[in-house]
Each structure stands twice: as structure tokens, then as C-alpha cells.
Design a protein around this ligand. Structure first.
Ligand SMILES: [Zn+2]
Ligand SMILES: [Zn+2]
Ligand SMILES: [Zn+2]
Length: 528
């Protein structure tokens, strides 16, 4: 056994391991893995849900033998959750490795935590080591780490919690001027292979991964491997991390190459999304890195406008006042329908996934519907390439994100007045569907729900807001089930300003189009 370990970890480590084992009554597998330097095992154990705060006890320390520190284990559970959710594994692994190294191996004379001043058992103590040799309890260490780890100013993650109180964290974002930074990042991004076909050449020459690459001590190194090696992947990662507000990942993308003014299918830039969701630090980072604040989304809305509408005061002040003004909706006052009439399609008491389906006629004023057609005309059109390649006529989409609440507020109004005692939330991401050809139908299916971008809710219903009348064809039919028989429960004609709403799980299909065009806005709403 000893020779086997010797050949794997070398003589010095083996000696140290022997000493540690002699001083310990018990040790955990995770501690053992750290002692023999197997970072990959620590990482795997954390992924498997092992609490990193579980620790063995010193020999002869009978006071706490067998007992465990409940507070410490709780904070370990919390840390593990946060780590698995938002911290690169190599960084989490490094933290655990350092913690295991800091666990004291000798009974200490005055074992008082320098942070909470409480007398601690040696089995709960950590010693930072060189240069300060501060002593603190492990609970205090984890509390400090969790409070600091996600801060934008944190680069090196494990630092002495006693010393860190004394030195105030300074924002170390010294970079070149915004234009240079933007250009450098763009050049790096463009040097990446564009798609997955080129990935083979990009990864060539990568040798076997050494075990120490499974642990990295700073955010900037730890995030690097997860940011993608092609432009396509990098782009997706960038938008995902911007939406999640993961500062260090966004910074990683900028450091390793990104086009800062990329736009998603709604035409929104990273700066737009951060300004909308209220991510102040990311807005600052993007501006310092040269992102252009004047780039508007598909509907002509600027980051400044969306920050203003969401009352993100500090962000608003950072962004120069710029509103494109090519399309104004918010400033116009439309007549609101005086009363709404709801027509139930499938009663709520019926045992069917479509129970609670309904439509509202004149849910919006017809002048609003005309304005929405005008808005549609300025949006870019996305055609389904696969269906087109198969020679099938199909609908075309245009993506619209209602970040200023133009449509959402009107629809919420109509829904609130017709549905009693219901909590309504109209989701901002919408798409226009336009059927320009005859004979287009939509096969039977059910819809998917969606997570709200800024609130912790999921959608429950699909809605279709028709913008033109179709006297013949193009009906939406709600079905008994998804079987081939296609037993129709009810069929709804496209009527200008009609709002159709049904639970996502309700089977439905689109009938063949005859009268053209059939134009509608499709979106999600939560009705609970
Ligand atoms: Zn303490
Ligand atoms: Zn210290
Ligand atoms: Zn559908």
C-alpha cells in the first residue's frame, strides 16, 4: 500500500501524509484526497453532494469526539449548494483543498477565534498559515468566504478572513480605455473558430489533463475552461451569464474575447439586458469595457429607456440619455376598452388539461392592434430554415421583447378585469407569427412553459393575440388529446384584437390558412 501511494504522490507528500494520519483520530475521505493532492476526487465528491465541512478529529481530543458542529455542517450545506450552482468546480475544489490544509493538527493553547472571540475546539479551528498565522473557527471562515466570493472585487478567493477585515476591498478593475478594451476583446473573439465544425482543429494539441488543473485559485483562471472555444458557444455562454448576472463569468468572456455589442434574437445587447435586470456591477463592467450604450433592441428601445422604466436609478445615471424614438408607443394614449367579455371555451371544472381555456374579444382597442402591426413591420423576420429547405410553406416569426410593458400592461388589464381573484403576469418575451401563404397548418401539439426573466415564476397559459380577421381558415382548434383522431373540442377564429388563452398542456392545432394574412402575437402568461 505504502509503495503504491509513494509511487503516485512522491516522498515528501507521503511523509506529510504519515504525520497527519498519526495526529488524527479520524479523517474523512475528502481530507485524505486533499492530503494526497487528488483535486479531481475532491471535485467529484462535491458533485456527489459530500459536505465539505465534514472533518475528522484530532487524536486524544476526547471533548468533541463523535460530536459534530451542527452550525458548521449547516454552513457546509449552504456552501455546497452555492458552489454547485454558480462556482466553477476547479475554484470550489481549490477552496476545499485550502480549508483542509488550514485545519490544525496540534492542540492549540489559546484556541480562541480571532473573529467571533469564542473559545473553539481544535477540531473546529483553522490556521491561515504564512504570513499571518491567524487562528479562526471554520464557521467564521466559511461565513466570510460566502459573503465575499461573488463580489466583483474578489479575484483570489481564499484569503485570511482576519486580515481581510482590516484591508477594505478595493475594486481592482484597472483596464485599458474602453475603446481599446472593446477592440482587443473583439479581435480575440474573431480569432476563435466560428462553429463546431472547426472545434477539432481548435482543440488539437491538448494533452492529458494534469490533476492540478482541477483546482484554480482565482475566478479568472477558474471560469476560463467553461467559456467555450468557438464563437458560437462563447456567444451563448456570454448571454446566459449576462442573464444570470454572473459577474465573473461575464468578465471572463470579455477577457478572453467577445463582441460586446452582440444582440440576441430580440435585438438586445448584454448592456440592454443588464440595464433591464438591474445588474449595476455588470453595467459598469460593460461600459468600462467599451460596450455601446446607444444600441437599441429590435423595437427601438435603448438600455437607458429600460433602466428608466424599471427605476434602476444608478444604472440610468450611468447610461447617457439616449432614446431612439423611431417608434413610440409608450407616449401615446390609446382608448381603453370600457368593458371586456370573456367567453369560456373549456370550463375550469372539466377534467381536461385545457380546463380554463377562454377568449376575450376586443381585449385591446383596434387602434392599438393597428399600432402593433406597425411595430411588427419594423422587426426583423426569422424564417425557419429547416422547413423552408423541405419546401414546406410555413409561418414566419419576428421576435419582440416587451421590456417596457407596452402590450403586457394592456393584456394584464383585460385579464384582471375578466378573471376574478387571479394573479396575472404577462411575460415580456413574445413573438409575432405571420402566415403569408395559403394552406399552412400547424400540426397538433402542446406548448412549453417558460421561466420569467426577472421574477421567480413559471408561465401557465399560452396566449394568442390576433391582429387581423380571417373569415375562413386559420382557426386554432383545441383537441381532446394528441391522438390521430384529432377530436375537436372547440375552434377559435382569428379576429382582430381577440385574445385566446389556454393552459400550455392543452392539445391544439392550427387549421389550414385560407384568408391572408393571419398575423398574431404569441406569448406566455401566468394565471394562478
Ligand atoms: Zn469564529
Ligand atoms: Zn491573517
Ligand atoms: Zn402551440
Amino acid at each position: 500500500m505504502e509503495t503504491m501511494i509513494h509511487s503516485r504522490i512522491g516522498f515528501d507528500r507521503l511523509q506529510a501524509l504519515k504525520q497527519r494520519l498519526e495526529k488524527r483520530e479520524t479523517c474523512t475521505f475528502m481530507e485524505y484526497a486533499a492530503w494526497i493532492g487528488r483535486s479531481s476526487i475532491i471535485g467529484s465528491m462535491m458533485e456527489g453532494g459530500i459536505n465539505p465541512c465534514l472533518r475528522g478529529s484530532l487524536r486524544g481530543n476526547t471533548a468533541t469526539n463523535g460530536a459534530c458542529n451542527k452550525e458548521l455542517l449547516d454552513i457546509g450545506t449552504e456552501a455546497l449548494k452555492k458552489f454547485l450552482l454558480a462556482v466553477p468546480l476547479s475554484l470550489s475544489t481549490h477552496v476545499v483543498q485550502r480549508v483542509v490544509d488550514m485545519r490544525v493538527l496540534e492542540p492549540v493553547q489559546r484556541s480562541v477565534c480571532a473573529i467571533c472571540d469564542k473559545e473553539s475546539s481544535p477540531d473546529d479551528l483553522l490556521c491561515y498559515g504564512t504570513p499571518c498565522f491567524h487562528l479562526f473557527c471554520e464557521t467564521c471562515f466559511w461565513k466570510d468566504l460566502l459573503a465575499r466570493i461573488f463580489l466583483p472585487s474578489t479575484t483570489k478567493v481564499v484569503i485570511c478572513p482576519v486580515c481581510s477585515i482590516q484591508e477594505s476591498p478595493s475594486c481592482s478593475m484597472t483596464r485599458s480605455d474602453p475603446q481599446t478594451c472593446c477592440k482587443e476583446s473583439l479581435d480575440l473573439y474573431l480569432s476563435l473558430p466560428s462553429g463546431s465544425k472547426d472545434i477539432q482543429t481548435a482543440k488539437k494539441g491538448k494533452g492529458k489533463i494534469r490533476d492540478d488543473t482541477y483546482a484554480s485559485e482565482s475566478w479568472s483562471i477558474a471560469v476560463a475552461p467553461s467559456l467555450g472555444y468557438t464563437q458560437a458557444v462563447r456567444r451563448d455562454k456570454f448571454f446566459t451569464h449576462v442573464e444570470r448576472g454572473s459577474f465573473h463569468f461575464v468578465k471572463g468572456c470579455i477577457d478572453r474575447g467577445i463582441d460586446l455589442n452582440l444582440r440576441n434574437e430580440y435585438g438586445q445587447t448584454a448592456l440592454f439586458i443588464s440595464a433591464w435586470y438591474g445588474y449595476l456591477e455588470i453595467v459598469q463592467l460593460l461600459l468600462q469595457s467599451g460596450a455601446d450604450p446607444s444600441v437599441a433592441c429590435n423595437a427601438g428601445i435603448t438600455p437607458w429607456q429600460v433602466a428608466k422604466r424599471c427605476n434602476h436609478q444608478q444604472i440610468r445615471d450611468l447610461l447617457a440619455e439616449c432614446s431612439c424614438g423611431s417608434f413610440t408607443f409608450h407616449e401615446e394614449v390609446f382608448p381603453k376598452p370600457l368593458s371586456f367579455e370573456l367567453l369560456t371555451l373549456i370550463d375550469t371544472t372539466v377534467d381536461h388539461p385545457g380546463a380554463g381555456s377562454f377568449f376575450i374579444d376586443r381585449a385591446i382597442d383596434n387602434t392599438v392592434a393597428d399600432k402593433l402591426v406597425e411595430l411588427w413591420q419594423m422587426l426583423p423576420v426569422v424564417e425557419s430554415l429547416t422547413k423552408k429547405a423541405m419546401g414546406k410553406p410555413c409561418s414566419v416569426r419576428s421576435y419582440f421583447c416587451d421590456s417596457l410593458g407596452w402590450i403586457s400592461n394592456l393584456l394584464a388589464d383585460a385579464l384582471n378585469q375578466t378573471l376574478e381573484d387571479k394573479e396575472i403576469c404577462v411575460f415580456p418575451h413574445m413573438r409575432y407569427l405571420c402566415y403569408r401563404d395559403k394552406g399552412i397548418c400547424l400540426a397538433r401539439h402542446v406548448d412549453l412553459n417558460r421561466q420569467h426573466p426577472c421574477q421567480n415564476i413559471r408561465s401557465t397559459h399560452s396566449f394568442l393575440l390576433y391582429l387581423f380577421d380571417c373569415d375562413e381558415g386559420g382557426e386554432t382548434t383545441l383537441l381532446q388529446d394528441l391522438s390521430r383522431d384529432e377530436i375537436a373540442l372547440t375552434s377559435v377564429k382569428p379576429r382582430k384584437s381577440r385574445l385566446l388563452c389556454f393552459p400550455h398542456a392543452c392539445p391544439h392545432k392550427g387549421e389550414e390558412t385560407v384568408d391572408l394574412p393571419k398575423l398574431l402575437i404569441r406569448g406566455e402568461v401566468s394565471i394562478v
